[in-house]
Design a protein around this ligand. Structure first.
Ligand SMILES: CC(C)(COP(=O)(O)OP(=O)(O)OC[C@H]1O[C@@H](n2cnc3c(N)ncnc32)[C@H](O)[C@@H]1OP(=O)(O)O)[C@@H](O)C(=O)NCCC(=O)NCCS
Length: 168
């Protein structure tokens, strides 16, 4: 391993994260990370227009040491009439399986409850084992299937699982 890669991996292992409520200042960082983890990147303008809606909320996981604190992951959700929906969640490929997705989802669930939400829904590609593993561990159950819902880079279609968590 070359010295730079070695240093990066040591830093990644040692990094400590905190979870913060998301704000307009996060839009560019969210857009960049979104582009790293999804085929179609949402622009910072798209994040901005979502995050200025009063029923949309989110959280970031940032390294607590370092300036500016680098982004480990984020989640965005929307709550309408007691039902919340996960709009997107992404954790940096530098920090997989470190519990960041779990912590971000718990923050979104807590905020949904605080807003009076009683259920949470999300859609996930049926081939996304990491995300499905995370959602099942949180107690989400599959309630429906949408064939051809997601489109991939070469136009191929993938089935979405609709999953639901009861928060009452
Ligand atoms: C899905 C994603 C958010 C998970 O984030 P993460 O921080 O790595 O996940 P966590 O460390 O919090 O894992 C929590 C649990 O999820 C499950 N999980 C996470 N990664 C997994 C994997 N690669 N395979 C199987 N299960 C996995 C496990 O149950 C894990 O608990 P455990 O480590 O105690 O076994 C992350 O992989 C990601 O950003 N993927 C790309 C974007 C994406 O697919 N978003 C979801 C769209 S619906």
């Amino acid at each position: 391993m070359n010295p730079v890669t070695l240093l990066e991996s040591l830093f990644a292992r040692k990094a400590e994260f905190d979870v913060f409520p998301a704000g307009a200042d996060d839009c560019l960082d969210f857009s960049i990370l979104h582009g790293e983890r999804f085929f179609r990147r949402w622009g910072d303008g798209e994040f901005h227009s979502l995050m200025t809606q009063s029923n949309v909320f989110g959280f970031s996981a940032r390294i607590t040491s370092g300036n500016p604190a680098s982004l480990g992951g984020f989640v965005l959700a929307r709550e309408v009439a007691g039902e919340a929906e996960i709009l997107t969640i992404a954790v940096s490929g530098k920090y997989p399986r470190r519990g960041l997705g779990w912590r971000l989802m718990l923050a979104a669930i807590r905020e949904t409850k605080a807003r009076g939400g009683e259920t949470m829904f999300l859609e996930v590609d049926e081939g996304n084992a990491a995300a499905i593993g995370l959602y099942r561990k949180l107690g989400f159950k599959q309630v429906a299937e949408r064939k051809g819902y997601f489109a991939g880079p070469t136009g191929e279609k993938a089935t979405a699982l609709v999953m639901r968590l009861d928060l009452r």
